[in-house]
Design a protein around this ligand. Structure first.
Ligand code: FUC
Length: 818
């Protein structure tokens, strides 16, 4: 954020920020000038903008209120809003636990102990896996298509997403006519609002609903393939077919001003469809508005406001008794009683209260900053556009606010944005990295509030996971494996090579403990403790002694998704498990001690922790991924998962200050793995090099993430295909280069790359309930402000200097360097 931009963010009397007011004025009044100028302050800040409508879905701009999402295409001949509701998943409550597991478990362990990996894997496949073998996929809510009969190619065009206000704008015109649309997803009013206006002409369109359809990402766009580029030419009047409603979907008028759609979710893998949904669109405006049985027709209007409400019958993992029709009627009617301006102001105030909590300035390259966002991304790998990295961080913060709010579902593999049924990997919750990565930036970026859905999901997993622990392991406590879904299934899925990993719940617990550490309230700790204690009990019951005497280990398990040299990934005691359980036990002891609970039991936990097999350095000097030194023979030396580096980041067990030999080993490992991988795996490498204090290396990896191979034109992360974890992990990595919070110390500029000599970050949140503002010049800290609990002390490290910051009675510490 430049100084100029900050100055423009002054509140005006009507509650909008002044910057907001300017943007609206520009889009309406002086459009050709804006479109032509393309540069200057309005583009240098927190906006994504384009000179053409979205062709592919990954060019459309996302809005969301945590629960409802829409992708806005900004097309001229036919606007497309592709919709999602966070609880519209396939299936119904189901019990995937496999009762055959209990008897087979000791045999699988014996086979593994004997090194008979193939037999162990075959037996695990037959007896230890969930039924069904897959979980339920996330779905889609269909599209609203607004077809404009008399549309023509405009003379000027601009669409943008203003991250600070959470409003997507499309403005175009020609021949004396000027059209503008604004879209936002309101959390206070629980509706998506689309406002259309026309000057010098009228709005004439037909609105139709198209039910969700199967969207399959072509195989060649998966994993190893490159993310597709935007089309070279623009189809200005692109229209998609308006199909008749599918069986089971009903469209009807609902009173004089609304259209009501009702439908069902899908069945999947033998699990019946158990949810209904409703979507209601209220149309208000001048001109002639007619609600028909196929949709809404608008003729001769100058302004129209659509209020889109959606809901499902989902209330919780075992309860689908909500009445979606009643819900959409009540929110739609309440919103319709307010003016557009009132709705917009409430939305902007609500969004800005969260978004405004952090600013970042990494310097600017004016030539790059003036370009439309897709062109900046196309050149992203050059590393010459520091503003793009700042925008990437702010976009991740925007996506977090839009996809994870108190009371909603957590952000899944795609946040809440998903084009159709059958999404990649079911757009579920993959908890062997992806879901945890989603939440890495939340607290540091001042969005701790957005973590609440993850806490609630983990509470629900502790219920289903207790059944899985009992049924499949004969263990107390609770367990979750590598994936879960809306129904909170916890049994191992997909096959042993992926699913037979018992640490998903434990990693969620550790993620939530880190969340607590950023706030340190006893209320939150009181909610967390039963989860930590339950996860701990499972491991106390299931850890076994390594036959070679190296300590306590998990079995069976995998080092997530990586094959070892014996044709399987199934193994005993992979490093990641030992590291995660070590953190879990430490966190449980810390939480219980602080809450003054279970002292004797906590001593048992601490004793067990001390017996967990330690990290090992292998023959190549690498940090061993497995208990045995197999790394050199593993078939995929560049495997995307770097599971055994969990201890470096996000954990701090291995760090540059306390365990330098293990850090050197981690570097050997990471160099061998390579810098670039899938989107999320690239983001993890970025976080790791940053944590290890190698700013220029981290910056090089970041450039790979920001370029067109790993970022789509709408700035969504490309796994490929789209997966939102890279956005969030990348944002965490950018912050990690500037400020770190581990080992009871605040580390300032620990991995500042030479490409960002001057800059500032405000609103960074560190462990210990601290808020940090930092400014640097010529690569050195210039000004530091810490806000935190009055009277507390903070150990700070800046370059070679270490000092103690004493927070004064006013909760404030400040220092300047000359
Ligand atoms: C894990 C990863 C894949 C993908 C999937 C959703 O299985 O190994 O790369 O991110 O999750």
């Amino acid at each position: 954020m430049t100084k100029g931009a900050r100055m423009r963010r002054v509140k005006t009397a009507d509650g909008l920020t002044r910057r907001e007011t300017l943007a609206t004025g520009l889009a309406l009044g002086a459009l050709p000038a804006v479109a032509a100028a393309g540069a200057g302050a309005a583009q240098a800040d927190d906006r994504l903008w384009y000179r053409q409508p979205a062709g592919a879905w990954t060019e459309a701009l996302p809005v969301g209120n945590g629960r409802l999402g829409a992708m806005v295409f900004g097309r001229v001949g036919q606007e497309r809003l592709q919709l999602n509701s966070d609880t519209l998943w396939a299936g119904s409550p189901y019990d995937p636990d496999n009762p055959a597991a209990l008897a087979a478990l000791p045999q699988v362990r014996s086979l593994l102990a004997a090194g008979r990996y193939k037999e162990a894997t075959d037996l695990a496949s037959a007896k230890l896996m969930a039924k069904p073998l897959s979980q339920m996929p996330y779905g889609a809510l269909g599209d609203l298509l607004l077809t404009f009969a008399d549309a023509r190619q405009p003379d000027d065009y601009r669409r943008e997403l203003d991250l600070a206000s959470g409003v997507a704008t499309t403005a175009y015109g020609g021949g004396g006519k000027r059209y503008m649309r604004e879209v936002f997803a309101s959390a206070p009013d629980q509706v998506i609002v689309l406002r259309l206006t026309a000057e010098g002409g009228t709005l004439d369109f037909d609105l139709a609903y198209r039910g969700p359809h199967k969207v399959a990402v072509p195989r060649e766009q998966y994993v190893e393939g490159a993310a597709p580029r935007a089309a070279a030419t623009t189809d200005w009047l692109q229209r998609e077919p308006v199909e008749p409603a599918r069986p089971g979907v009903a469209v009807a008028a609902d009173g004089a001003a609304a259209m009501l759609v009702t439908g069902r979710n899908e069945a999947s893998d033998g699990i019946a469809a158990g949810l209904t949904y409703a979507l209601r669109v209220v149309a208000q405006g001048d001109g002639r508005i007619v609600i028909g049985k196929d949709g809404i027709t608008v003729r001769g209007a100058r302004q129209v406001t659509l209020l889109i409400a959606a809901a499902t019958s989902y209330r919780g993992p075992t309860d689908q008794s909500a009445d979606p029709v009643a819900l959409v009627r009540s929110v739609g009617t309440a919103a319709a009683a307010k003016s557009y301006e009132v709705l917009r102001r409430a939305h902007v105030a609500d969004h800005a209260a969260l978004f405004g909590g952090m600013t970042i300035d990494l310097g600017s390259n004016p030539a790059a900053a003036g370009l439309p966002t897709d062109r900046r991304i196309a050149a992203g790998e050059s590393g010459t556009d520091p503003g793009l990295a700042a925008l990437y961080l702010q976009y991740a913060r925007y996506l977090m606010i839009a996809s994870s709010r108190p009371g909603t579902q957590p952000a899944n593999l795609q946040g809440i944005w998903n084009e159709g049924t059958s999404p990649p990997w079911g757009s579920k919750y993959t908890i062997n990295i992806n879901t945890e990565m989603n939440y890495w930036p939340a607290d540091p970026a001042g969005l701790g509030l957005c973590v609440e859905p993850l806490l609630r999901m983990t509470e629900e997993l502790a219920v289903t996971g207790a059944k899985t622990a009992r049924a499949m392991y004969g263990a107390s406590g609770w367990v979750a494996h590598h994936n879960t879904d809306l129904w909170r299934a916890t049994a191992p899925i997909d096959g042993p090579l992926w699913g037979l990993w018992p640490c998903g719940g434990a990693w969620l617990c550790n993620t939530l403990f880190t969340h607590w550490d950023h706030h340190r309230t006893d209320a939150l700790l009181g909610r967390l403790y039963p989860l930590l204690a339950g996860a701990t009990r499972f491991f106390l019951d299931t850890l076994i002694e390594d036959p070679k005497g190296r300590g306590l280990v998990t079995s069976p398990s995998v080092s997530p998704e990586n094959l070892h040299p014996f044709g399987s990934s199934l193994c005993v005691g992979p490093a990641m498990d030992r590291q995660i359980v070590r953190d879990l036990f430490a966190n449980t002891v810390a939480a219980g001690t602080r809450l003054k609970r279970d002292a004797a039991w906590l001593a048992t936990v601490a004793a067990a922790r001390a017996k967990i097999a330690p990290d090992r350095i292998g023959a190549q000097g690498q940090l061993q991924e497995w208990l045995e030194d197999w790394d050199e023979q593993a078939p995929d030396p560049h495997h995307r998962h770097v599971s055994h580096l969990y201890a470096v980041y996000p954990s701090g067990q291995i760090n540059v200050r306390d365990t330098p030999e293990l850090i050197e080993a981690a570097k050997v490992t990471l160099r061998r793995r390579g810098d670039l991988s899938t989107g999320w795996a690239t983001a993890w490498r970025l976080c790791l090099w940053a944590r290890m204090g190698e700013g220029d290396h981290a910056h090089e990896i970041l450039n790979g993430l920001l370029g067109p191979n790993r970022t789509y034109p709408n700035m969504f992360d490309a796994h490929p295909p789209f997966q939102i974890d890279g956005n969030f992990g990348g944002a965490a990595g950018i912050m990690e280069m500037l400020v770190q919070s581990w080992g009871d110390t605040l580390h300032l500029l620990p991995a500042l790359p030479s490409a960002w000599p001057d800059g500032a970050i405000t609103g960074f949140r560190a462990r210990g309930a601290l808020r940090v503002d930092l400014r640097w010049r010529a690569g050195r800290v210039q000004a530091l402000t810490i806000r935190g609990p009055a009277g507390s002390t903070v150990a700070v490290r800046a370059g070679k200097e270490s000092f103690t910051a004493r927070i004064g009675a006013a909760g404030h510490y400040a220092r300047r360097w000359s």
